[in-house]
Design a protein around this ligand. Structure first.
Ligand code: KG4
Ligand code: ZN
Length: 359
């Protein structure tokens, strides 16, 4: 009997180069390389540096993932790659690598939406997602509440997004003002351990009007935190960073979990899945646990290593698509840096001078 297909996933949308191998919903092995340190002195990801780092890391990371899984190139039955959203140059490196591998191995290629990858990450730890489930995606670029049914087949219903900054962006920008290192989220999380979450009464944006119940906004909170820091500096007082970090983290965690749990109740959904880099935040996790328990909602959060960008989550989507019999991407599939999330499969095709006549 032929074994189930092995899917290689490649992720390169931002500063992590990831490769992962998944078969029938099970993670076989993965590897991640990060160019985070190279961006630190600029205080944010520099697209050209990220793209160049992907060029250097792509082949070694795929080899490391295969070694981790105890597999060889010839064992790969399909390749899935993030085609968007993300940094254009960074995405192009991963897509080129994936095309090269798929073509050389003679296996199908699948284009995957990065955020669907974050959603699927949880299946590698906790098994298939219940249908329906509520998903809160909180990363450096996105904050969205999604109603998810069958990830490989059904459209993903967007209940709400952020009007301005993403939750992770808020952490990153405020951390910079507080003098904490980049990336800001983990630094705020660490600093907050020593602080009092009630020290500063930061605002809870968009928590009053019913029409905003699924919508987020973090730029006002960011400004309030920056102003609080400026006031201390102007008065010549030392900045109580731990208290500021704990209070900021409390405000973000409060807003995120309050809206997500309320959305579960409103839509009669029994499972909340929190994914993306900010799902690694200790207070977000603890408050979500508390509020889900009180509301009788099952909470699923992937382990930390699967919350931040990685290739295994892309392989997880690829594996679902293969098993659902989805159509592979054509070899002229291209990147879509600002792809909206509609379906997990994302197959933008090159247009313009490279398009073949009659297609
Ligand atoms: O999902 P991700 O790895 O990349 C994107 O697709 O954006 O998320 C990165 C974001 C960054 O803003 C980072 O500061 C934040 O996740 N982050 C955290 C924590 N770990 C990572 N934010 C708060 N607390 C953390 N422990
Ligand atoms: Zn991400």
């Amino acid at each position: 009997m032929k074994r189930a297909p092995v899917v290689l996933g490649i992720e390169s949308s931002c500063d992590e180069t990831g490769a992962g191998l998944v078969r029938e919903g099970r993670l076989l092995g993965h590897a991640v390389a990060s160019s985070m340190d190279e961006h630190a002195r600029f205080g944010g990801v520099v697209p050209e540096i990220a793209a160049r780092a992907h060029v250097h890391a792509a082949a070694p990371v795929v080899r490391a993932a295969l070694a981790d899984a105890g597999l060889a190139m010839a064992d790969i039955d399909a390749v899935a790659v993030t085609t968007g959203p993300g940094l254009s140059g960074a995405l192009q490196v991963g897509v080129a690598a994936a095309k090269g591998l798929a073509y050389a191995l003679g296996v199908p290629l699948y284009g995957v939406h990065h955020l669907a990858g974050h959603v699927a990450a949880d299946t590698l730890e906790h098994g298939p997602l219940p249908d329906p489930c509520m998903v809160l995606i909180v990363s450096g670029g996105h904050t969205s509440l999604l109603l998810v049914r069958d990830l490989a087949r059904d459209p993903i219903v967007h209940l709400g997004d952020t009007l301005d900054d993403a939750a992770g962006e808020c952490f990153d920008k405020v951390a910079r003002v507080f003098g904490l290192p980049y990336p800001g989220g983990p630094a705020v999380d660490r600093a907050a351990r020593e602080g009092d979450p009630r020290a500063v009464a930061f605002p809870r944006p968009l928590t009053t009007r019913p029409e905003h119940r699924h919508t987020f906004s973090f730029s006002g909170l960011k400004t309030a935190a920056a102003r609080w820091a400026e006031e201390h500096r102007a008065a010549g007082r030392p900045l109580p960073v731990a208290d500021g970090a704990a209070s900021l983290q409390e405000a973000v965690a409060d807003v995120l979990t309050r809206k997500a749990v309320a959305a579960c109740a409103e839509h009669g959904v029994g499972t909340l899945v929190i994914v993306g880099g900010v799902a690694a935040n200790s207070r977000v996790r603890a408050l979500a646990r508390e509020r889900c328990a009180a509301a009788g909602v099952e909470l699923r959060v992937p382990p930390l290593r699967l919350c931040t960008d990685n290739g295994a989550m892309i392989a997880a989507v690829g594996d679902l698509l293969v098993r659902a019999g989805a159509e592979p991407a054509p070899l002229d599939v291209t990147v879509d840096p600002s792809a909206p999330l509609e379906y997990a499969a994302l197959h933008p095709v090159a247009s313009g001078p490279y398009q073949l006549a009659g297609r």
